[in-house]
Design a protein around this ligand. Structure first.
Ligand code: ATP
Length: 440
């Protein structure tokens, strides 16, 4: 058996995602609406598993971080204080020849990617990325509101509420996942850059002198999260932002980049934001957002380190990284080598055929297993094809019910996705074996 992992191109992933029900183009029956995507039956599971894995690492397994779910629509004053109304912009340029618009920092050598003309771009003007809307039935300036472009500000505005409610002492963090919206000038590359996306952000509040050490700590932690979930470390790297590229709030930023089919690109940003956000909100709201350290009898505005990742981008990285084409005994197979915590289905129950004797037994096993794990049931076509279908969607274990099961031993065959090894286990021990393999 030879195993040759291959580097995947984006079209292969887009097509697998559509064919198997991970991601569909939004509004497809109306011709689509570029850059919006719907998550199908497998995509919604994978997405939830990515989010849950993040929550487990960032909240559930830690003493020092608590969760939050703040509103998408906040007071416009929040976005004024945070600097987003004035400064959350990208440089917009237009090609005079084909009238297409681009983000200036995405263009190389003054060359229009669409019509190929050189030097035809207009001067860059700053384009605000926030989606504007109106609250209630009046479309006037007084009713303007924005869809949040990041989840972080809801955390800062609740800093005092959370601290008082939980009595957390510094250092501590507040984590949140949820939708954010950016009217990106150019979208594309599948779900890599869209206008509606889901973020996973955590604001970690520290003493001012501990900011840079905390940045280092979170760099390591966050990189480990990706490799623990099976991402190939050779396709991950850090990139530190140059001084002139730093966002308006940031003292230092590292991106975790992944080698996507489009090249090295940001998967997560880890920013040391200093006391910028809390200070801005304190100044603008008039409410004190200081922290009192009762041991040292000191009052100060905490500094913040923020790891900010995206559910959709992570999902794309996990799909790309897990996608494998292998040669097995002269035949090729496609396997999605997703970490067991991420796989949409953990187990598939496969009766050898639709035989009247096998189906009731298979349903019985299915009913036991599905109570604990997300489980698929498939009795169509040959067993070989069904294995291949489960491999392609990343199901770690297939459980086969055959005539020996019902006539002789009340045992089933459990097949491992990656090694393709099969073991025979009594049905009475199946639960324990799966528990061990899927969590142990
Ligand atoms: P870029 O420079 O690529 O526009 P950014 O540096 O503005 O991105 P952040 O504000 O750091 O992005 O956002 C944190 C994370 O949120 C990103 O690392 C990414 O995973 C996700 N994200 C940001 N914008 C988008 C988007 N338009 N589509 C999908 N995910 C996004």
């Amino acid at each position: 058996m030879t195993i040759e992992p291959t580097l995947t191109d984006m079209n292969t992933i887009v097509s697998l995602a559509k064919r198997r029900g991970f991601v569909f183009p939004a509004s497809e029956i109306y011709g689509g609406i570029g850059s919006s995507w719907d998550y199908g039956p497998l995509g919604v599971e994978l997405k939830r598993n990515v989010r849950d894995a993040w929550w487990r690492a960032m909240v559930q397994e830690r003493d020092d971080i608590v969760g939050l779910d703040s509103a998408i629509i906040q007071s416009p004053l929040v976005w004024e204080a945070s600097g987003h109304v004035a400064g959350f912009t990208d440089p917009l340029i237009e090609c005079r020849s084909c009238h297409r618009r681009y983000r200036a920092d995405h263009i190389e050598k003054d060359l229009c990617p669409d019509c190929g003309e050189v030097g035809q771009f207009t001067e860059a003007r700053q384009f605000n990325l926030m989606f504007k809307t109106f609250l209630g039935p009046v479309e006037e300036d007084a009713a303007v509101a924005f869809l949040r472009p990041e989840t972080a500000q809801g955390i800062f505005t609740n800093f005092e509420n959370v601290r008082t409610a939980t009595r957390k002492k510094i250092p501590f963090g507040i984590a949140q996942t949820g939708k954010s919206f950016r009217n990106e000038i150019t979208t594309g590359n599948f779900i890599f850059r869209t206008r509606e996306f889901e973020q996973m952000e955590m604001e970690y509040f520290v003493r001012p002198e501990e900011g840079f050490a905390s940045l280092e700590y979170w760099r390591t932690e966050r990189m480990r999260w990706y490799t623990d979930l099976g991402i190939n470390p050779d396709r991950l790297r850090f990139r530190q932002h140059d001084q002139d590229e730093l966002a308006h709030y940031a003292a230092a930023v590292y991106d975790i980049e992944y080698l996507f089919p489009i090249g090295w690109s940001e998967l997560e940003g880890i920013a040391y934001r200093g006391d910028f956000d809390l200070r801005q909100h304190q100044d603008s709201s008039g409410r004190k957002l200081e922290y009192f350290d009762d041991e040292r009898q000191e009052r100060f505005i905490p500094h913040v380190v923020e790891p900010a990742s995206g559910v959709d981008r992570c999902l794309l990285a996990f799909l790309v990284d897990g996608y494998t084409e292998e040669e097995v005994n002269g035949e090729s197979r496609t396997v999605l080598k997703l970490h067991r915590d991420l796989a949409p289905y953990k187990v598939a129950i496969l009766p050898l055929s639709r035989n009247q004797k096998l189906v009731p037994k298979a349903r019985e096993v299915y009913d036991i297993v599905r109570k604990r794990w997300m489980t698929d049931y498939d009795d169509s076509q040959s067993i070989g094809r069904r294995y291949r279908r489960q491999d392609e969607i990343g199901t770690p274990y297939c459980v086969t019910i055959d005539f020996q099961t019902v006539e002789e031993d009340d045992a089933v065959t459990v097949r491992d996705r990656d090694t393709m090894e099969q073991v025979r286990v009594p049905i009475a021990e199946l639960g324990a074996l799966l528990e061990d393999h899927l969590t142990g």
